[in-house]
Design a protein around this ligand. Sequence first.
Ligand code: HEC
Length: 107
Amino acid sequence: MNKTRGLKGVVVASFVLALFDEGDAADLIHGRDIALRWCSQCHVVTSSQIIGSDSVPTFAQISESKRVDETQLSNFLADPQHSRMPNLALTRAEIADLTAYIKAQHR
Ligand code: HEC
């Protein structure tokens, strides 16, 4: 019900996870966190998000695309050349978390 509290829960959970899980395998909660912060002004990044930019693929669409696998996703995010996508200078860990999160958006 309370949106602010739900969001705080996610932030706290990812903080706690980060403490115990540092340097470990990709972290979906962290990926979602980054996506909401850095990607959601253009992309629709969750199934509950209503508004994104026109003609920008949603994360669900990207995830369902046969053309895009994990390797291509991470390469693209590391260096989005020849694209209307901005280069967001993400770290390796951020890219791994985002890739895992995007892949999990498959419906
Ligand atoms: C300023 C707007 C903007 C932001 C912010 C943005 N994107 Fe994009 N993104 C785009 C556009 C526009 C495209 C389509 C690129 C094209 O077709 O040339 C795109 C394409 C992509 C693609 C490629 C899809 C495909 O089919 O090849 C991926 C993956 C992607 N974005 C991930 C992300 C992630 C992850 C973030 C956050 C870290 C992000 N984007 C932030 C505008 C944005």
